[in-house]
Ligand binder design. Structure first.
Ligand SMILES: [Zn+2]
Length: 111
């Protein structure tokens, strides 16, 4: 799955390395794009496609808002992020990944 890369200092916001918007990866100029980082972002692209993009962003924001008052890091505990972080080191993950696999991460332990 090819990922288009746009280097800009405007996106993402402070504290984040990269943001994947509609399959386009925005990264700061100096950021090294490791295999792990690219795999993480490709997992997000797979999630976005199966959610027809718009439902991905809606679910992402809703889950983040729900998790904000909970213990742990709300961003890291979003199930889309859990799936991406848990599998980013497995560079073959996307070959065997089943659609909607992020659902299995909704109830995992907190970060
Ligand atoms: Zn992510």
């Amino acid at each position: 799955m090819p990922v288009k890369i746009v280097r800009t200092s405007i996106l993402p916001f402070r504290g984040f390395t990269a943001i994947n918007l509609m399959g386009v990866l925005f990264v700061h100029p100096g950021v090294y794009l490791s295999n792990e980082l690219m795999n993480h972002e490709r997992i997000h692209t797979a999630q976005q496609r199966e959610m027809l993009f718009v439902f991905f962003y809606m679910a992402y924001v809703v889950e983040w808002l729900v998790r904000l008052p909970m213990r742990g890091n709300a961003y890291r505990n979003i199930s889309f992020e859990r799936e991406a972080y848990a599998n980013q080191r497995n560079l073959d993950y996307l070959r065997s990944r089943r659609p909607y696999s992020w659902r299995r991460y909704m109830k995992r332990t907190r970060h």
